[in-house]
Design a protein around this ligand. Sequence first.
Ligand code: FCB
Length: 451
Amino acid sequence: MKTDSFRWGAATASYQIEGAVREGGRQPSIWDTFSHTPGRVAHGDNGDVACDHYHRWAEDVGLLADLGVNAYRFSLAWGRMVDSAGRPNQAGIDFYSRLIDALLQRNITPVVTLYHWDLPQILDDAGGWLNRDTAYRFADYAAIAVAQLGDRVNDWTTLNEPWCSSFLSYAAGQHAPGHTSPGEALRAAHHLNLAHGLGVQAIRSEHSNACVSVVCNLHAIFPASDSTADIAAAERLRRVGNDIWTGPMLDGKYPAGLMDETAAYSDWSFVHDDDLAIIRQPLDAFGVNYYSSSHVFADKRTLTQRIADAGPTCWVADYVDFKTPSGPLTAMGWNIDPAALTWLLKDFAARWPGLPVFISENGAAFDDLVTPDGVHDQARIDYIEAHIHAVEAAMASGVPVTGYFVWSLLDNFEWALGFSRRFGLVWVDYATQKRTPKDSYTWYQERISRH
Ligand code: FCB
C-alpha cells in the first residue's frame, strides 16, 4: 500500500479522552448523565477527567507527531461547540481551533467526526434521537462547526457508528441514554440516517470542496453453519446491522424485508415522504470501523424466552444470536479475524464500486502490564499487523482504501466498560496522567516510516 497520499493515522473521540466536562462553557451530554447513574458504567467510572486531553492536548499532538502519523481522527463535542440555545460557544471553538492549528503545524491532517455519541443532554430532554427535530439540530451544529473550522479542516465525518447510537443505546440499554425498546432503536436509527443526510447538506453548504464521509461499524457477517436457517439469520442481521445504514445513505432505500420483519416493534411511520432523498447524499469516502467478525445462527427461542434468559440487552434482532468462534479473543471478548476484514472490504467495493473507503478504527484491548522497562504489548502488535495485511490484501484486489486509523492513540474511557479496557498505543496512568508509549507505538512508528 505505497502511495504518498495514504493516510496512516490514529483515532480518538471527545468524551473518551477530553475530561474538563464543566470547563469552557461545555454543556452536559447524555454520557455525563449516563456515567453518573449508578450501575451504568463498570466501577462507576465516568469521563469527568478521562485522559485530561482538554488540558494536555499539546502533549498529545506531540505524541502523534513523534508517532509519524499523517492524519488524526478525532471528534468534536457537540456541547462544546454550541451553547444550550444552539449558538456558537467561542471557548469550545477556540479549543478545537488551537488543536487543529497544532496538528497542521506538524503536517497532520485533521479528520473530524461531528458526532461520536455525546449528544447534549438538553436535546435528550426533548426526546433525543427519538425526536425528529434532533436531526435538524444536528445539521445546525454541523453548519456552525464547518463555518468555524472548515477553513482548516477538509475532512468531515457526520456520524460515528450509528448502530451503537441506536441499537446499543435504545434497544440494548448498554449505552446512553440506556433505553430498552427495539421500536425506539428503529426510530432512532431513522433519525440518525436523517441527521446524516441533513448534515452532509449542511457541510457542503459551508464548504463545497469538503471531503464528506460517514463511519459505520459494518459487521462482517457469516452464518454459523450452512443450514438454511442460519443463512437466513445471517441475512437478517445484515439487513438490521449494516444495510439499515448503507441502504438509505448509499442507495436511497431501506433493505427489502426490513420493515416487514420488524413490524412487531414499529410501523415505521417516522419515515416521511422525502426523507430517503435527503438521506442519500453523494459521499466522498466511507469509513469502516472493524474489530471482529459476527458468526450468527438462528435462535430457536422466542423473544420472551430470550429476554427471560438474558434480558433485553441481547436484542439486535430477536431472531438471530451470535456464536463466538473458537480461537484467541481480545480483552473485549471479541474474536480476531483479519481475513474477514479483507472479505468485508471486497464485499463493500463490489456493492459500491469506486467509493473510497478508509479504516476509521481498528485495534484491540488486551490486559497490558506496565513493567520497569515498558509495556510489552506484543498481542496488540500482532493484531494490528495482521489487520494491516488484510487491508493490503483488499487493496491488491482493487479496493480503493485511502487510510488506516488505529483505535486508539491513548488508553481511554471505553464507554460502559469505563477504564477497564485499554486500546491505546500509549498507556495512560489515570492517577498521574503520565503517558507511556507502549511497544505497539514504537512498532507502528516504524511501520509507518517504511512507507
Ligand atoms: C467503537 C467506538 C470507539 C471505541 C471502540 C473500541 O465502537 O467507535 O469509540 O470505543 O469501539
